[in-house]
Design a protein around this ligand. Structure first.
Ligand SMILES: NC(=O)c1ccc[n+]([C@@H]2O[C@H](COP(=O)([O-])OP(=O)(O)OC[C@H]3O[C@@H](n4cnc5c(N)ncnc54)[C@H](O)[C@@H]3O)[C@@H](O)[C@H]2O)c1
Length: 339
């Protein structure tokens, strides 16, 4: 079978994970990279042995003619780049946050629908190996029907050092990190009917909130708590781990530190190691995140080749994005938001 020709736009902080993963995937061939910064694109092309290097995305599409484009720029450029790909009839994967506003996100979905091309959001947390294990236990019915849960990411790790643009985000942790956790809450407990959120800014140097606590009412009847902070003083610092607790009608499950998954059922408790194996290019403590990029891209490629809608499609991500909007509305008004 012919390899899918891949082009990546954006060669900044997070792009190495995408570039490594595309180079490892047997059904893909990285044919071009693009960045408006000519030094970054030259370095990426050399390091990842990519034949095409461009500073203009339109020129890259015209010259390299990729089958699939992977956008790894920050959200302000997403709409312009997705619409450019759609106008050229090229399917696209775009990093989170999908866009700066709901109308930008809806416009990208519409543009790709009109052009009849695949649009996937790189929502990688639900593609993390430990999260797939938690979902498999849930789906197997081992703990019965989920009735309560918590999805939690608390760290003091300096995320702004590698991503200085985060200092200026008026909507900070909920849009940057909460989007992943809210998507996980949908993944585990289903669609959301109500959301209440409280936010705080701990680091006075940032513009937006850097701590958030949300309570979600799910259509299934389950209640979940989604909480996140970049200003925890707790040691050991578990960055970049997400902890998950799920209580069910027949048992319970706890994804604890260092990827230990405890499953309590029938009066006994067993604990499994659900960490990701290391790849040639992944390393602790990043490995689970890095590995999830590989799995996200694997599933994108399968959806593209199979002609079906990916799990984290643009239209699916609109539902996670709606929770972001609800969180900001709730934090501002102090009221619970109905969805
Ligand atoms: N899913 C995750 O786990 C995860 C982790 C970190 C970052 N991210 C997301 O990845 C995205 C990129 O983040 P980053 O930290 O790598 O940002 P970055 O600023 O380090 O890199 C973005 C790159 O895109 C380039 N760029 C911007 N506009 C462009 C355009 N029109 N054409 C070509 N190149 C352009 C910039 O020059 C820059 O090199 C963000 O949306 C971020 O939220 C996701």
């Amino acid at each position: 079978m012919a390899c899918t020709k891949i082009a990546v736009i954006g060669c900044g902080f997070f792009a190495p994970n995408h570039l490594h993963a595309w180079n490892e995937l047997s059904g893909a061939k990285l044919i071009a990279v693009c960045d408006i910064d000519e030094n970054k694109v030259a370095a990426a092309a050399a390091h990842y042995s990519v034949p095409g290097a461009f500073t203009d995305a339109a020129e890259m599409l015209a010259v390299a003619k990729p089958d699939l484009v992977d956008i790894v720029t920050t959200m302000d450029s997403h709409r312009m780049l997705v619409e450019l790909c759609a106008a050229n009839g090229i399917p696209v994967i775009v990093q989170k946050p999908f866009g700066p506003t709901p109308s930008d996100c809806a416009a990208m979905v519409q543009a790709c629908r009109d052009a009849d091309v695949m649009l996937m959001v790189h929502e990688n947390f639900r593609h993390q190996h430990p999260m797939r294990q938690v979902k498999a236990v849930l789906d197997a019915g081992t703990i019965g029907q989920a009735v309560w849960g918590r999805v939690s990411f608390r760290t003091g790790y300096d995320v702004k050092a590698g991503q200085p643009y985060l200092f200026n985000e008026e909507r900070f942790i909920v849009l940057d990190l909460g989007i992943h956790l809210l998507d996980l809450a949908r993944f585990f407990f289903g669609e959301v009917k109500s959301l209440y959120s409280r936010h705080a800014r701990i680091d006075s140097r940032v513009k937006g909130e850097d701590m958030a606590t949300m309570m979600l009412g799910h259509a299934s009847g389950a209640t979940s708590i989604v909480d996140c902070t970049y200003e925890s003083r707790q040691l050991p610092d578990l960055f970049p781990q997400t902890l998950v607790t799920i209580e069910g009608t027949k048992g319970a499950m706890d994804l604890k530190s260092d990827f230990r998954l405890s499953i309590s059922t029938g009066g006994t408790c067993r604990t499994e190691d659900v960490s990701s194996p290391l790849r040639a290019w992944t390393s602790q403590p990043w490995h689970v995140t890095q590995d999830s990029v590989y799995h996200t891209q694997t599933r994108a490629l399968a959806a593209f080749a199979g002609g079906y809608e990916p799990e984290t499609s643009g239209s699916d991500n609109l539902k996670s994005y709606a929770l972001i909007e609800a969180a900001y509305r709730s934090a501002k008004s102090g009221e619970c938001v109905r969805l």
